[in-house]
Write a protein that binds this ligand. Structure first.
Ligand code: ADE
Length: 246
């Protein structure tokens, strides 16, 4: 999986010199190339922004350095990678979109700043993505969320396939609670079933907890989830318990 990032703040991506993505880069499973948009300016002061036509507060990023950067990347690879613009106006990011992106071999992410980017960069863009209904100071943190979440879907990045299959959102449900040693911490005990060694009981408990937490917190996900007949029976029990407790 290859990512090329266009940004005014390349150092921000040093975050990927740590932990799981660092290891994946060292193994050559993930490649990350960060390009400073300022390096593609043609003016003496490396200025990348200007006042908006029509007036208004703030500055707008100019199209030219971004075109220059994309053209230079195109020359390196012989093609233009699938290009995503990070923007609060974009398609809302979720695990389904993450999974789709993990099937693309090479992605280029453009990070905006200031009050926006000149609309004329849009012919370069294949998809605009927002990571949520809030406004960040720039697209970098959003691009990091994409690089991180897409990379962990790539086979070999996590130690076992299973470690992402069980997690929140993978099957459309939130994750069950986890515990580690000690058995009793500040008076709080690990649920007995997890100490029982009974594997099928543990699986059943975990499924029940997943369904329960998802029902309590994200009913929208329950409606979309692909539930088995056993899940539906468990859910009936959960609904009954919830109504008994209210
Ligand atoms: N840039 C600023 N806010 C953003 C958001 N919510 N998602 C993606 N890019 C952004």
């Amino acid at each position: 999986m290859k990512f090329d990032i266009l940004t005014l703040f390349p150092e921000m991506f040093d975050v990927f010199n740590h932990s799981i993505i660092k290891r994946a880069r060292e193994k050559g499973i993930v490649e990350l190339n960060v390009h400073d948009i300022r390096d593609y300016t043609t003016n003496k002061h490396k200025k990348v922004d200007d006042y908006p036509y029509g007036g208004g507060a703030g500055m707008v990023m100019q199209a030219e350095p971004i075109y220059n950067a994309v053209e230079s990347i195109k020359e390196i690879y012989g093609y233009k990678p699938y290009t995503i613009l990070m923007s609060p106006k974009g398609k809302k990011y979720n695990q389904d979109l993450c999974r789709e992106l993990s099937n693309i071999k090479h992605i280029m992410l453009i990070c905006g700043h200031y009050e926006g980017i000149d609309e004329r960069i849009m012919p370069l863009v294949d998809l605009e993505i927002s990571i949520g209904d809030y406004v960040l100071t720039g697209g970098e943190i959003a691009a990091m969320a994409i690089v991180d979440s897409v990379s962990r879907m790539v086979p070999g990045v996590l130690s076992t396939q299973e470690s992402f299959e069980n997690e929140s959102f993978y099957e459309g449900l939130l994750e069950y609670p986890q515990y580690t040693r000690p058995e009793v911490f500040r008076g709080m005990k690990v649920p007995d079933v997890l100490l029982s060694g009974n594997h099928s009981k543990i699986l059943e408990w975990r499924r029940y907890q997943s369904l329960k937490i998802t029902y309590e917190r994200r009913r929208d996900l329950i409606e979309k989830a692909d539930l088995s007949p056993d899940d539906i029976k468990m859910l009936e029990r959960i609904k009954k318990e919830c109504s008994d407790n209210s």
